[in-house]
Design a protein around this ligand. Structure first.
Ligand code: DX5
Ligand code: ZN
Length: 218
């Protein structure tokens, strides 16, 4: 089943609650929350208080993408603020196994993400312990960038290795996803699509979500 996770980074922050409610009404399966610390990536977005306010007002599956240098130190606050799934970066400074364990202990699902320069094999040692692998198809830090097609090959390699081991993790792709690029990722084995600009900046989020599903034959 294909799942769509619109990134709230592209939302109108002056009307965040209403914009998110509209996107969920329009058929989004979850909300992607991009957390940036100005250290792991050269941008600062939002954090725990914004997630807490949003999740208190709007029940949804919160797909939280931590682009922060020391994720292990922030697992409890983000899970406490309503995260359903916490995804952190392999390239960050926290020990990977310990961070996955801390996420589970806090009652969240665990995801691991890789940047464009990181090979797919880097996630293989952790595959058995993960609910989701997030393959970045842009350099993390900003919305509205161009899709990097090499992401499709990385998705295919991770899906093949997961199947070889009898695993079926979610594989999510993030960055530059639109009706042209989404099918390449789904064909490669992705089943969760993040889309910021393509959904939140569309005149009709419902039409944009329908167009993404249609393009992927879902
Ligand atoms: C980039 C973020 C993405 C971004 C996607 O660092 O992780 O989630 O908001 O935005 P679009 O879909 O506009 O590329
Ligand atoms: Zn993201």
């Amino acid at each position: 089943m294909l799942k769509l996770s619109p990134s709230i980074l592209a939302a109108d922050f002056t009307r965040l609650g209403e914009s998110c409610a509209a996107v969920l009404d329009a058929g989004a399966d979850m909300l992607h929350v991009d957390v940036m610390d100005g250290a792991f990536v050269p941008n600062i977005s939002l954090g725990v208080p914004v997630l807490a306010a949003l999740s208190a007002r709007l029940p949804a599956f919160y797909d939280v993408h931590l682009m922060i240098r020391r994720p292990l130190e922030y697992i409890k606050p983000f899970c406490g603020a309503g995260a359903s799934l916490l995804t952190f970066h392999l390239e960050a400074e926290s020990p990977v196994e310990q961070t996955i364990r801390a996420i589970r202990d806090a009652g969240c699902r665990a995801g691991l993400s890789i940047k464009p320069a990181t090979p797919p094999e880097a996630v293989f040692p952790y595959l058995d312990a993960l609910d989701l692998v997030l393959v970045m198809s842009v350099e993390p830090g900003f919305g509205g960038q161009k899709f990097m097609p090499a992401a499709a090959g990385k998705i295919a390699a991770i899906r093949a290795e997961a199947e070889r081991r009898g695993l079926s993790p979610d594989i999510e792709v993030d960055g530059g996803i639109n009706p042209e690029t989404a099918p390449l990722c789904v064909r490669a084995g992705a089943n969760v699509l993040v889309a910021g600009s393509a959904v939140f900046r569309a005149p009709s989020p419902a039409d944009a979500i329908a167009a993404l599903r249609r393009a992927c034959g879902a």
